[in-house]
Design a protein around this ligand. Structure first.
Ligand code: NAG
Ligand code: NAG
Ligand code: NAG
Ligand code: NAG
Length: 285
């Protein structure tokens, strides 16, 4: 009897230890970015994505967009590639200063990873060195992550992971509010708890109120295939202006915060999807 409890305890304690270090839009955030992106691919990118996806994905990129979170423990080297730590309270990002892991190794951050997997995919249809299926799944996930403001947050609070708040009545960390809670509350309150309706509403604004801005989101300067430094700079500015603003340890976040931050989350998901498509279209087109 005594022994039967051990696996439960091991599971519970490792879950509690691992939970705060999980980075990434939640499942629905990544699904949203990838669904928007796949609907905007040109013919060349469409067929490359179809070829690279595993058969069981049934040509649905969205179903594979949280793969990079699931392999974080098996591919331990990949966990610093989900975010960037910027200096506390500076509200700015610079590749050379900030794109490194905790040991100081250069390029090991989400902007370096976006460049890395973009250049690997440019060898499509074949690479002797790299697994291009993995390159596609990493790139699709990381272009989502780099648009989550708190993935380009402050170093000392680890992008809001150490800031305890209440989301309405539930205990939460600020990082997770931005990964998942704002999206989930929006789905529940405005979209019949249905992620497809949530995605449709964002798509409608991409072709409606945001239509004139979309070409600007898609473009990179100097003919670059992708421009993660632009995406990261916007995120760190949004982190200061919206995510951290008015929040301190123990704050209770409810309607005032939810309703004023939701438009920012919707915009970042839309930009992530549009830019993932634009990047894939340039890689394969
Ligand atoms: C680039 O991709 C390779 C293959 O997945 C990986 O081993 C390496 O750590 C990556 N580096 C960066 C900075 O993303
Ligand atoms: C490429 O990566 C995928 C996902 O990890 C794996 O299922 C597949 O077997 C790999 N392909 C090769 C040729 O190693
Ligand atoms: C779409 O735009 C309308 C008009 O600005 C806004 O009220 C609505 O919340 C937006 N929805 C999403 C999901 O972006
Ligand atoms: C961008 O690429 C186009 C076509 O390859 C070329 O004509 C143009 O000069 C390039 N512009 C810059 C700024 O490099």
């Amino acid at each position: 009897m005594k022994f039967s409890r051990i696996p439960t305890l091991v599971f519970v304690s490792s879950f509690l230890i691992l939970f705060p270090v999980i980075h990434g839009w939640g499942e629905d955030g990544h699904l949203t970015v990838c669904r928007i992106a796949q609907s905007r691919l040109n013919d060349a990118a469409n067929s490359a994505v179809k070829n690279l996806l595993p058969k069981y994905a049934e040509n649905d990129l969205g179903s594979m967009c949280s793969w990079a979170d699931r392999v974080k423990f098996r591919y331990h080297w990949s966990s610093p590639l989900h975010y960037i730590d910027t200096p506390d309270n500076l509200c700015s990002y610079q590749y050379n200063r900030d794109c490194k892991d905790e040991t100081g190794e250069a390029d090991r951050c989400v902007a370096g990873a976006v460049n890395n997997y973009t250049s690997q995919l440019q060898s499509y249809p074949s690479s002797s060195e790299y697994n291009l299926t993995e390159a596609l799944l990493f790139l699709s996930h990381f272009i989502g992550d780099i648009h989550q403001p708190l993935h380009v947050g402050f170093t000392s609070d680890r992008g809001g992971n150490t800031i305890d708040v209440h989301w309405y009545t539930r205990k939460q960390v600020l990082h997770h509010v931005w990964d998942a809670n704002i999206i989930e509350t929006s789905e529940e309150r405005f979209h019949d708890s249905n992620v497809d309706e949530f995605i449709d509403a964002i798509q409608q604004n991409i072709t409606g109120i945001w239509a004139e801005q979309v070409p600007g989101w898609e473009t990179c300067s100097r003919n670059e295939t992708t421009c993660p430094d632009v995406y990261a700079s916007e995120s760190t500015k949004a982190a200061c202006a919206w995510a951290y603003k008015g929040v301190s340890e123990g704050s209770t976040l409810e309607d005032d915060y939810f309703l004023s931050r939701l438009p920012v989350v919707n915009l970042r998901l839309a930009q992530g999807g549009v830019r993932l498509a634009a990047t894939l279209n340039r890689i394969f087109g």
